[in-house]
Design a protein around this ligand. Structure first.
Ligand SMILES: C[S@@+](CC[C@H](N)C(=O)[O-])C[C@H]1O[C@@H](n2cnc3c(N)ncnc32)[C@H](O)[C@@H]1O
Length: 355
């Protein structure tokens, strides 16, 4: 997606600039707010590496639309078909080349998605402490793997879909010390899943990695419906053909417990990565293929809202994160657009009780 169409590993969350000191005597720091460094004077643009919540001018928006339109001639159907049927092979090739050196650990996860470690809080040196008694990462948890499905005896179950080599999964396992936690993760790239399983931090008593194609809605998951507290989708839905997104999200929604939540962060419309695609890479509107054969879609908020609500989920959050990243050395500005969503399955209503 960069100029060479390689996948850019800089998809980020909020910068660490928004730490708000609580002022409490314990030295605790509240969770950072969603982006709080604002560029008020354009002359100061090169004073920091990133600016949050950047407003686009009308001209900038119009130029982006023109760029997308100029490059909207889709590839012929047989090429489209090939990229779809061979999608997992292209990702296997990607991971065979990059192994686990490409994507960075997503440490911003816990500021944007506290649901992944609900009992943790950021301390004054920027580390996540458990609010419960257990603070060690060496958790003496009972094995959660001996029931009728992996993690059946767990009390908090998280599934990451499109986990790659574990840049989300391993930070969760490290940060969330809840002994009742069990983390599932899957990817349709068997190469990526193998890299997760051979990682020294992979602990089968707390984690279960498996190969699974999100868009194959007939394929079963190793987890019964209605058992997950959290499902995480980090830059993965955008890799699916847009025609397959609706059924895939509905299938995932079935796995959630009542009150369970899907967390998503993904590419937004007119992100720098979209505007950088050269002619001949467009598959359909706002959907492109990179030079390495992997694909990417650029969302608007309403599309994601419709996908989740049509799956019966209700909105907790749906926001667009417009970030201006700055390369101070090269004096370059990069306008990033990401969308972040949280959608929840309705909790079971307790029947009214009469005194
Ligand atoms: C941009 S990478 C993101 C990886 C990881 N979520 C992260 O943030 O580091 C997209 C991932 O989605 C996976 N993926 C793409 N399509 C998929 C599908 N249909 N089913 C499962 N995984 C898929 C790819 O193999 C790749 O690992």
């Amino acid at each position: 997606m960069a100029a060479s169409h390689a996948v850019v590993g800089v998809e980020g969350g909020s910068s660490q600039t928004g730490l708000i000191l609580s002022g409490s005597s314990t030295g605790d720091v509240k969770r950072p707010q969603f982006g709080t460094r604002f560029l008020t004077d354009p002359r100061h643009v090169f004073q920091h590496n990133a600016w949050d919540n950047v407003e686009w001018t009308e001209e900038q928006e119009a130029a982006a639309k023109r760029k997308v339109l100029e490059n909207s001639q889709p590839l012929p159907p047989e090429k489209q078909e090939e990229y779809d049927t061979r999608a997992s092979e292209y990702w296997n090739d990607f991971y065979a080349i990059h192994e686990n050196h490409f994507f960075k650990d997503r440490h911003w996860l816990f500021t944007e998605f506290p649901e992944l470690a609900p009992q943790c809080r950021l301390n004054h040196v920027g580390q996540w402490d458990s609010l419960g008694e257990r603070q060690s990462t060496e958790v003496a948890a009972p094995p959660h793997t001996d029931g009728d499905f992996p993690g059946s005896s767990a009390t908090y179950r998280v599934l990451e879909v499109g986990c790659g080599v574990g840049n989300t999964v391993f930070p969760i396992l490290k940060t969330n010390n809840d002994p009742g936690l069990f983390v599932y993760c899957c990817d349709f790239s068997s190469t990526a899943v193998e890299l997760v399983k051979t990682n020294p931090d992979y602990n089968p008593e707390r984690c279960f990695a498996f190969v699974h194609d999100l868009s194959d809605v007939e394929a079963s998951y190793p987890i019964p419906d209605g058992t997950l507290d959290v499902i995480v989708l980090i830059f993965v839905l955008s890799a699916l053909h847009p025609n397959k997104m609706k059924a895939s999200i509905s299938r995932l929604a079935r796995l959630l417990k009542p009150g369970g939540v899907i967390l998503l962060r993904d590419y937004g419309r007119h992100d720098m990565a979209q505007l950088r695609f050269k002619k001949g890479r467009c598959l359909s509107e706002n959907f492109y293929v990179r030079g390495d054969g992997t694909r990417v879609y650029f969302f608007i908020q309403d599309e994601l809202h419709d996908l989740f609500t049509e799956a019966g989920l209700e909105k907790v959050q749906n926001l667009v994160d417009r970030r201006l990243q700055v390369n101070r050395g090269k004096q370059l500005t990069m306008y990033r657009v990401w969308i972040q969503c949280k959608y929840r399955k309705a909790p079971i209503q307790k029947p009214d009780t009469q005194d």
